[in-house]
Design a protein around this ligand. Structure first.
Ligand SMILES: Cc1cc2nc3c(=O)[nH]c(=O)nc-3n(C[C@H](O)[C@H](O)[C@H](O)COP(=O)(O)OP(=O)(O)OC[C@H]3O[C@@H](n4cnc5c(N)ncnc54)[C@H](O)[C@@H]3O)c2cc1C
Length: 107
């Protein structure tokens, strides 16, 4: 296996008493797992097989449960500073027929 990128998040404790983890994948799940384990005192190696992100430069919708998770990680403020709160969601079928709506301000 060739690894395109690898990051080590060392912890300050001695090697012998520090639990270690290898996290495969630098998507949102891997980055979150690496951050949380590091904050819990683990030494973390994070590897990613792609040399560059395959993400298309477009909008990203973060639902309320995702924002709560980001808040727990201390990242909500920076996201809010570069994004916009969506208060109302309207769904429609491909022919434009209304399929539903949700008041996200209440979620
Ligand atoms: C077009 C599109 C639009 C989307 N829009 C939204 C949105 O607006 N809001 C939203 O909440 N979600 C959205 N999603 C869903 C969201 O992208 C996924 O739910 C999320 O990316 C899943 O995160 P993940 O970390 O589990 O997986 P991934 O993002 O797929 O990350 C996995 C990473 O692991 C790497 N990897 C895999 N195997 C290995 C290995 N063996 N060794 C090393 N690295 C490895 C991969 O290269 C990849 O980078 C969208 C998805 C798509 C396709």
């Amino acid at each position: 296996m060739s690894l395109a990128a690898a990051v080590r998040l060392p912890h300050s404790q001695s090697m012998s008493s520090t639990p270690r983890a290898l996290v495969a994948g630098a998507g949102i799940a891997g980055l979150t797992a690496a951050k949380v384990l590091h904050e819990l005192g683990w030494e973390v190696d994070l590897v990613e097989r792609q040399a560059a992100s395959g993400a298309v430069p477009t909008g990203l919708f973060i639902p309320a449960n995702g924002m709560r998770a980001f808040a727990a990680l201390g990242a909500a403020e920076v996201l809010l500073s570069c994004g916009r709160v969506i208060e109302r969601l309207r769904m429609q079928s491909s022919d434009g027929t209304a399929a539903g709506a949700a008041d996200l301000a209440q979620v």
